[in-house]
Design a protein around this ligand. Sequence first.
Ligand code: GLY
Length: 370
Amino acid sequence: MMETVHVGLGERAYDIHIGPGLLARAGALIAPLLKRKKLCVVTDENVAALHIETLRTGLAAEGISIEVLVLPAGESTKSWPHFTRTVEWLLEQKVERRDLVVAFGGGVIGDLTGFAAAVLRRGVGFVQIPTSLLAQVDSSVGGKTGINSAQGKNLIGAFHQPALVLADTEVLGTLTPRDFLAGYGEVVKYGLLGDAAFFEWLEGRGPALASGDMAARIAAVKRSCEMKAEIVARDETEQGDRALLNLGHTFCHALEAATGYGDRLLHGEGVAIGCALAFELSSRLGLCAQEDPSRVRAHLADMGMKVDLRDIDGDLPDADGLLDLMAQDKKVVDGQLRFILARGIGQAFVTADVPRDVVHQLLVDELARR
Ligand code: GLY
């Protein structure tokens, strides 16, 4: 039961393998890429406690030995101090240009380790073994790597594609329901941005998928990766279409900044709310049918997810404050906010042509419902 999605990037092309039990098979899957049978693995405390022995055994089956760096779990690890520590550790391990480094964890570990691999000896290869749903369907694919700065999230980084991605869907069984559903926010995003039939499938199979249906999980991760691979192959460095992957993210980044990038609102939860708001905005601009935002919200509610600003605990800034936070977004070009809007479910597009007062009124209305 292993599916493979190919990311067609010429010299930088690679495969994403998806299925249960891939940690145990990691040795056989990675060995063909190795010049010598030694790997440095960067992970976090939570993942190490649950899964490092399975990975170690899977690699040892092919005679591959590992050294492991265990970092603290959490977003604050995506910072200069842990980045420096990781790069220095890899140098101490005498990682060579032709070796591969393994990122074994969620988005934080993948982004940090990928960036370390990008700068080490001016670039060594790396393998992503994503353990969260969010990392399996989004951050491990496409080569965006980096760390956060005091100025904002992901402001320091590089495009550096992995040599291989192993998405073990069995590992998803150890996620908390909240973390799983946060990752599901990114899965829904793919349906909403470009595949109405996939969204419809999620409306039917989402609940089973959340409660552990392995076939549904594999199918959802595969379709998400296919869509991401196709967009990344078209626009690797986000000159155009790749921005579609940011559906919901302009609102999300403002909400994350307002809630302190922490437990009040997980990234994937913010993406889901942001997608609902992007559809509401599209409907107010007369771009899509009024039923579309309702349908998006109905599915999120069905899944037991956060749906709108009412579901975020604690205070939020007023509409002007949220708009100011939106203006810090990386997608701002010449001071102009760029939005991903939609002409319907599965029909997203990028535009800078959004009147500020319409966004302002939308936020005023949404805040008033809290
Ligand atoms: N997460 C958006 C992208 O990879 O472009």
